[in-house]
Write a protein that binds this ligand. Structure first.
Ligand code: HAM
Length: 537
């Protein structure tokens, strides 16, 4: 039996009603705060996440679903075309099997049945030439055709300028010619990644479509994200986020602390509207690049004497990106991490002021929060305000949502200055914390129509059509069912009424309508059916 892949799952009814309820509530809130929907692709260039979320983060370094795209056999045509252009009258070309497709960065290999003496016999295209390429070529020569002149010639075409001297020397020794091309001569294989989060995609779209022309953008999204994490309750490899981003040029007010406060107030309102009241808002400021430099330096210094006692990941982080030490989950490292300097001591004056204003507005509008200067978040793009909402009932994975400011992200991706702030709610976790309300959001049929006897299916279908047009939820039985079975089915479905459609009813125009809750059965004229059912909603 084929099962859903580990870390993924099917969302089934009746639980899907809860998902729809949450999404509908989110859309209502977004409308009230004037947010509009954005839908970005589910996969993007790997570089996008490496440059935004950060190479050294757990997400990018361990958890992404990444593959090389564009090395399908169809791409052979592209390479053959180039070869024929380069060696007119080269002879017949033979595609050398699927072996190339197993290797991520290699292009196709072609065997040549040459005409001219100058033609190569085997050609291998490689994104970046390696020893393995040269080796594979010589192996192909041993397996493959000899040149009519008896002199084997092989050609390695590299698609990038980086070719090490040692590979070049090895090729020479093996009798392999090398031809160097630039990437633009070909469509090289592209590294793609299933999005682990959606902020990077939104900022990419902001830059690509010059969304600054619209002033301040208030965008929301609902959709799946992918991280190869160890699955457990509340943690999946395909999970869903409901998120929003406020981004625009500084002239549109995108940098203002009022945006941060508005977003946080919106979240508090949203959770309360869903009936979630026991949440905690953890709030911090992680400063700006200036503060970060000084803070990183302080962290490095503080880590120096103790880092040898920490886990290997921390030892690496201490050198490459000390802030990421705070992502460490190893219990033995926690007492050391506890002693490290705090970012709050390193904020410059503008960052301090910004943070103070956010807190002031929140207090004024009555949104409770807890300052937590340990909260650095697991993504590199954050500046200034960073936050998480936690919910006690969720267990170990208690962060129901997280977010923050990312004032330098657009520039880091080659765009204009575009300060922004956003959040993403873990929809799986949100739904989990609402399990008690599951029953209340189920839509049960208003009426179950029971056709009774031959030829009644068509009558029932017509009646169902009339009632559904009046916005009623209608379930249809079948004329082959006995009345007892119809009542049982209606009961199981939780229908409020059963409507009997038999020959007598059709002839008289009066239908037997039974209230399954009270047991009361009345005869109702066809024209009054919808109203009668609606009135008991
Ligand atoms: P994040 O903290 O990585 O932030 O994820 C946000 C939320 O997604 C988490 O608080 C959690 O509820 C949920 N989540 C994350 N990973 C999983 C998982 N494996 N299974 C189930 N739920 C999960 C971001 O993604 C940022 N893009 C948020 C943001 C938007 N910052 C600025 N704008």
């Amino acid at each position: 039996m084929i099962k859903a892949v580990r870390g993924t799952r099917d969302l089934l009814p009746p639980e899907t009603a809860l998902w729809n309820f949450v999404e509908a509530a989110a859309r209502d809130i977004f409308r009230a705060y004037n947010f509009q929907e954005i839908r970005t692709p589910i996969f993007e260039e790997t570089q996008l996440f490496a440059r935004s979320v950060g190479e050294e983060t757990d997400i990018v370094s361990k958890e992404m679903y990444t593959w090389e795209d564009g090395t399908e056999p169809a791409d052979y045509a592209l390479y053959e075309e180039w070869l024929i252009r380069r060696y007119p009258g080269i002879g017949t070309l033979e595609r050398m099997g699927p072996d190339f497709s197993k290797r991520k960065v290699f292009g196709p290999t072609l065997r040549v049945h040459p005409k001219g003496k100058t033609s190569p016999t085997v050609v291998r295209f490689s994104h970046r030439a390696t020893f393995q390429d040269v080796h594979n070529l010589t192996e192909a020569r041993e397996r493959g055709t000899g040149h009519p002149s008896g002199k084997p010639q092989l050609l390695l075409v590299t698609l990038s300028a980086t070719l090490s001297e040692s590979v070049r020397a090895f090729a020479k020794k093996e009798g392999v010619e090398i031809e160097e091309l630039t990437l633009k001569d070909f469509a090289p294989p592209q590294s793609l990644t299933l999005r682990p989060e959606n902020t990077a995609g939104v900022v990419r779209a902001y830059i690509e479509h010059k969304l600054w022309e619209r002033g301040l953008n208030k965008l929301f999204y609902i959709g799946p994200q992918f991280r190869r994490e160890r699955p457990q309750k509340g943690r999946y490899r395909q999970f869903y986020q409901i998120g929003a981003e406020v981004i625009g040029p500084p002239s549109a007010g995108s940098e203002s602390p009022a945006r941060d406060a508005e977003l946080l107030e919106m979240l508090a309102t949203f959770l309360e509207r869903l009936g979630i009241t026991d949440w905690d808002l953890q709030l911090n400021s992680v400063g700006c690049p200036n503060d970060r430099a000084a803070y990183n330096e302080a962290l490095r210094k503080a880590l120096e004497p103790v880092v040898a006692k920490m886990c290997v990941d921390c030892q690496r982080r201490a050198v490459t990106n000390p802030l990421r030490v705070f992502d460490c989950k190893v219990p033995e490292d926690q007492p050391i991490i506890e002693t490290l300097p705090r970012i709050s001591q390193y904020l410059d004056e503008p960052c301090r002021k910004h943070f103070a204003q956010v807190k002031d507005i929140l207090t004024f509008v009555g949104v409770e929060f807890q300052e937590n200067d340990r909260l650095v978040r697991g993504l590199d793009y954050y500046t200034r305000t960073a936050f998480e909402f936690t919910h006690g009932a969720l267990g170990a994975q208690n962060a129901i949502l997280g977010g923050g400011r990312y004032d330098g992200l657009s520039e880091a991706l080659g765009g204009p200055q575009a300060p922004g702030i956003g959040f993403a709610i873990g929809e799986d976790r949100l739904v989990m914390s609402l399990k008690e309300t599951a029953d209340a959001v189920q839509h049960k049929p208003d009426v179950y129509i029971a056709p009774l006897g031959d030829g009644m299916n068509r009558e029932a279908a017509r009646l169902a059509r009339e009632l559904r047009r009046r916005d009623l939820i209608v379930e249809l039985g079948d004329e082959s069912f006995r009345l007892k079975k119809s009542f049982e089915t209606a009961d199981k479905l939780g229908a409020k009424f059963t409507l009997i459609v038999g020959e007598n009813e059709v002839k008289s125009g009066n239908f037997a309508l039974k209230n399954l809750g009270t047991g009361e059965q009345v005869s109702v004229p066809r024209s009054e059916l919808a109203q009668k059912i609606q009135s008991s909603r």
